[in-house]
Design a protein. Structure first.
Length: 319
């Protein structure tokens, strides 16, 4: 299994002894820091070359439902002495906190490395952009580590918004000049949209990509810039108004503007932090229609509501 081609090739089958006893999160962070330094050319005086582009995709395994998370490497409290955070937490939730703390630490180390390469505090000569996002919602029924998607419904493996509506952040000390602390961006976005968005952020011409039938990616960069300086960030369903999460002859999950359509999909519920494994799975399939703007927690099924029959029938005809 080969994960990297470059100045050094990293192979898991050769590295087992070297990394024995470490979290994969710690390993991935160390390798990312090596790549950041190795891929950044330097001038004769040692200064970072500001013209060579760099892309790092750091795909942490944490936090998954793994038995190996037991304690913070080197000791320490995963809740940093906050009784409210740790008080009453289950063993699975505390283990999740330990794993997540390592992710947080790793992201901070990567940000520090990029910040050092970007120049002085007064003059950032090498702009950088950090995006942190998950690939799916949490798994509240983990045996070893338990996530939480509340107040949203459902979990990983299912198609309710507990699995699909995911938090993320976009940060740059130079490219995103914001006059709003903690500016939010709530537009409909899919993972594939990062391709066009990253290209646009790097000042590439993305017109051909957006016009091609071979790519589904949408460019959110202008909207992100707007969201950093104004409350609305532009029209709510621009640049994306629809996502086909799955589309088969006998099952489908589709989001079209505010309406979300689930045809012949598995039931999933709301999972409190005390959830046990036996509570999490049901084999029966159902049909659902939600207005997720008016009902973000997907509590009211509109499938049989006559006011939505035209929209439901239109979605049933998708192929």
């Amino acid at each position: 299994m080969q994960y990297y081609e470059g100045p050094e090739t990293f192979r898991w089958d050769y590295a087992a002894e070297q990394f024995d006893g470490q979290y994969t999160t710690t390993m991935f962070t160390a390798e990312a820091l090596k790549r950041i330094d190795a891929e950044t050319t330097r001038d004769e005086d040692g200064a970072a070359n500001t013209t060579k582009p760099l892309f790092v995709w750091l795909a942490y395994h944490g936090v998954h439902d793994d038995a190996g998370i037991k304690e913070i490497p080197g000791g320490g409290d995963p809740f940093d002495g906050r009784p409210a955070a740790g008080g009453g937490a289950t063993r699975q939730r505390r283990a999740f906190a330990v794993g997540l703390r390592e992710v947080d630490k790793g992201v901070g180390e990567v940000e520090d490395a990029l910040d050092r390469l970007s120049g002085s505090e007064e003059e950032k000569t090498r702009p950088y952009l950090i995006v942190l996002h998950p690939d799916n919602g949490g798994h509240p029924c983990g045996v070893h580590c338990a996530g939480s998607n509340l107040p949203f419904r459902g979990m990983k493996f299912f198609d309710f918004d507990g699995a699909l509506r995911l938090p993320a952040f976009v940060y740059s000390p130079t490219l995103l000049q914001t006059n709003r602390d903690f500016a939010t961006y709530n537009k409909l976005t899919h993972h594939v949209d990062w391709l066009a968005t990253f290209a646009a952020a790097a000042s590439a011409n993305v017109d051909a990509l957006l016009e091609s039938d071979d790519f589904d990616s949408k460019n959110h960069w202008p909207s992100l810039l707007a969201a950093a300086t104004e409350e609305s960030g532009g029209a709510p369903y621009t640049p994306r108004s629809e996502i086909n999460f799955s589309l088969y002859s006998n099952a489908a999950t589709v989001r079209r503007r505010s309406l979300k359509f689930l045809f012949n999909r598995s039931w999933s519920d709301y999972y409190p932090l005390s959830t046990t494994v036996s509570q999490c799975f049901e084999s029966s399939n159902y049909n659902f229609l939600f207005d997720v703007e008016a009902d973000p927690t997907e509590s009211t099924n509109l499938w049989n509501d006559p006011r939505y029959s035209a929209a439901r029938d239109e979605l049933l005809e998708l192929e």
